[in-house]
Design a binder for this molecule. Structure first.
Ligand SMILES: CC(C)(COP(=O)(O)OP(=O)(O)OC[C@H]1O[C@@H](n2cnc3c(N)ncnc32)[C@H](O)[C@@H]1OP(=O)(O)O)[C@@H](O)C(=O)NCCC(=O)NCCS
Length: 210
């Protein structure tokens, strides 16, 4: 897959857009975060109940949610791109929030989700991408700075803003190719998982006493 990605100039980390059928995976991913990580993600102490409620109310018809899956198809990272409500049609700012499971960190997944969300925001005519986080969140601050975001600090919190360019043919094609590749990658992983299951069934059938 990496070789194909290189030829097509695809990123190594493929990000998939999620849909309401992924709510349970999103919920499990967020519930597995430590208390500290939940505070970093949501800006305050976040109980299981708050997470359940948050996931149940993600509005997939207005917002976009992205995810990265491991080989076993566990959701190991998730980003929420929250759009202004439809009635605030003149506000062209979208908010980005992200979390990566501890075992997936430091490999570029958070940055890949940011990039994918920024391209999607740009292609949907968002002008400003916004991230709110705690100013002690060094990793998120680093990702924001690396992306060229302007950061304003106040009272232990930070607001980062990225002015997005207008969409063009290449940003639209880049997103479409990435989305297709991520779908193919997911389908391949699913087939491998299914084949492994079939092989294990055949083996246990062959080994069972006649
Ligand atoms: C923030 C988070 C999403 C980052 O995910 P990730 O997959 O580890 O991020 P990446 O691997 O893409 O990038 C990490 C970058 O931070 C850098 N970094 C790591 N520790 C750092 C530190 N203490 N100070 C500064 N930079 C640091 C890494 O070197 C890397 O930079 P590089 O790409 O220039 O080498 C993840 O840590 C997380 O889920 N945290 C809890 C939730 C959260 O904080 N969400 C953000 C608020 S919305």
């Amino acid at each position: 897959m990496f070789e194909i990605a290189k030829t097509l100039k695809l990123p190594n980390i493929l990000v998939r857009e999620l849909h309401p059928g992924h709510r349970e995976k999103i919920r499990l991913h967020l519930l597995a975060l430590s208390d500290k990580d939940r505070s970093l993600r949501f800006g305050l102490h976040t109980s299981d109940e708050v997470i359940n409620n948050y996931v149940a109310h993600i509005d997939f018809s207005n917002d976009s949610v992205f995810g990265v899956f491991d080989k076993q198809l566990n959701l190991i990272a998730c980003a929420h791109l929250a759009y202004p409500a439809l009635k605030q049609a003149t506000n062209r700012t979208a908010e980005f929030g992200v979390s990566v499971s501890t075992e997936g960190r430091g490999m570029g997944i958070g940055s890949a989700l940011f990039k994918r969300a920024a391209t999607h925001a740009r292609n949907t005519n968002i002008e400003i991408l916004y991230v709110h986080c705690l100013s002690r969140n060094k990793v998120m601050m680093h990702i924001a700075e690396k992306a060229g975001m302007e950061i304003e600090f106040s009272y232990g919190e930070a607001d980062a803003y990225l002015k997005l360019a207008k969409p063009n043919n290449s940003s639209i094609v880049a997103e479409a190719v990435h989305a297709q590749a991520a779908d193919i990658d997911y389908a391949v992983k699913k087939n491998i998982q299914h084949s492994k299951f079939l092989i294990s069934q055949i083996r246990s059938f062959a080994l069972s006493p006649k």
